[in-house]
Design a protein around this ligand. Structure first.
Ligand code: ASP
Length: 288
């Protein structure tokens, strides 16, 4: 099986002057995930690595650089799923965590539950030896200014899907959620089936966009289900986005891989940055 990784930096409305840097961030994240695959990492290791890279990048709405809720605080959601093990880990409404996707991985490895939220998740982070960070560390000047200006455009989420050399598939998603959301709001990115899904029989999906609409149509699972009958991931991605638009009345985007290593991506938002890498590409390719 030939490994492949696809990364997205969120679908939404972003300032035009940021677009190039977003493409470049996705390119570098795909490379980070790809390196993990080359070192013998699993698809799950690779998607975790790519998403953690984008969480550390201040331009993306995940980890540092997350949007602020109505109270001016960062609260983040993240989830990941491994198709072969058919197992998942997720966190919702967490604060003071530099890389929520790594916390989701710890929930996964712990194996007792799938989703931990808020203080319980933060306590689990401490108990499992994860060092936290200050609330300020996650807040960039740019996001503080947007919050003060009451701008309400959505900036997306970050995510990755991958296939490893053994044919294993995985997906991961991480976000600061919606700008000026209510404290305690948990969105699709924390929910297995909505923002993230992987099934070892078919493929894996990571989703971004209007969370409430995505939850109503359970978009990531809907997209993976559309892979049955050997449908190409590109067709499945387009159909899934049509479901989001028509039935969900929402805007967003999706990246998808199937177990054969074929790739799909689609969005109905004004902008979405994606990058992809496999052996034949030699370097990350932008999926424009
Ligand atoms: N889906 C994310 C959420 O609703 C936001 C986004 O992807 O733009 O939290």
């Amino acid at each position: 099986m030939k490994p492949v990784i696809v990364v997205h930096g969120g679908a939404g409305r972003v300032p035009e002057e940021d677009e190039e840097e977003r493409w470049e961030g996705c390119r570098r994240a795909a490379l980070a995930g790809w390196r993990r695959l080359l070192q013998g990492g699993s698809a799950l290791d690779a998607v975790e690595e790519a998403v953690a890279f984008l969480e550390d990048h201040p331009l993306f709405n995940a980890g540092r650089g997350s949007v602020l809720n109505v109270a001016g605080e960062v609260e983040m959601d993240a989830s990941l799923m491994d198709g072969k093990q058919f197992q998942a880990g997720a966190v919702g409404a967490v604060r003071n965590i530099r890389n929520p996707i790594r916390l989701a991985r710890r929930v996964f490895e712990d194996g007792k539950h799938i989703l931990l939220v808020a203080e319980g998740a933060e306590r689990f982070a401490r108990d499992s030896g994860m060092t936290g960070c200050s609330a300020e560390e996650l807040v960039t000047e740019r996001q503080r200014a947007r919050w003060e200006a009451m701008k309400d455009t959505n900036l997306g989420t970050v995510g990755a899907v991958a296939v490893d050399g053994t044919g294993g598939v995985a997906a991961a998603t991480s976000t600061g959620g919606l700008h000026r959301k209510r404290p305690g709001r948990v969105g699709d990115s924390a929910l297995i089936g909505a923002g993230t899904y992987a099934d070892g029989l078919w493929g894996a999906a990571s989703v971004t966009g209007d969370g409430e609409a995505i939850m109503r149509v359970v978009l990531a699972k809907t997209a993976v289900d559309l892979l049955t009958g050997d449908r190409h991931p590109q067709d499945a991605a387009r159909l899934a986005v049509a479901v989001l638009g028509e039935r969900g009345q929402g805007e967003g985007g999706i990246i998808l891989v199937d177990c054969k290593g074929r790739v799909g991506h689609a969005h109905n938002a004004p902008f979405m940055s994606c990058a992809f890498m496999d052996e034949t590409s030699g370097a990350p390719l932008l999926l424009r």
